[in-house]
Design a protein around this ligand. Structure first.
Ligand SMILES: [Zn+2]
Ligand SMILES: [Zn+2]
Length: 143
């Protein structure tokens, strides 16, 4: 099947100012919400929703990311011009790029399937879904 916007397996996206633009192709490995404190601080938001991809599925078509090492072996990519957080990459997930979902132009086409680090969730925040709510990583028990 050809990866097109209509197939739901193609998307473009960009940072807030448009300096960094990218395209993703193919079916994501996973889509999920992260409630961990680091992602919340990185985005300034109550929850960070990611599209998990093989790094080869992502093409940067304009600009380039800059990186901040948020913990040893973890690199968070962002636009230096506008500060938009774009990606998470880690030594423990070689060849993977975890892209912040709402930098895509069609975020509605990528539907989350789970929550991780639910134990760190802000108490007043909740979502109306029946998705698995893992205490920590997706291998950890649900709560
Ligand atoms: Zn920007
Ligand atoms: Zn996180």
């Amino acid at each position: 099947m050809t990866d097109t916007p209509a197939s739901g397996h193609w998307a473009s996206g960009h940072c807030l100012c448009g300096s960094v633009c990218f395209e993703i192709r193919g079916k994501p490995v996973w889509v999920g919400h992260c409630h961990c404190q680091s992602c919340r601080r990185n985005t300034g938001s109550a929850v960070a929703t990611f599209v998990g991809l093989r790094s080869a599925q992502v093409t940067y078509t304009a600009g380039e990311r800059h990186f901040f090492e948020s913990s040893p072996g973890v690199r968070r990519g962002f636009c230096r011009d506008c500060g938009t957080p774009l990606t998470y990459e880690a030594d423990k997930f070689p060849d993977e790029t975890h892209l912040y979902l709402c930098t895509l132009d069609n975020p509605q086409d990528y539907v989350p399937a789970f929550h991780v680090f639910f134990s760190e969730k802000v108490a007043w925040f909740d979502t109306a879904d029946d998705l698995p709510r893992h205490q920590q990583t997706s291998n950890s028990p649900t709560m």
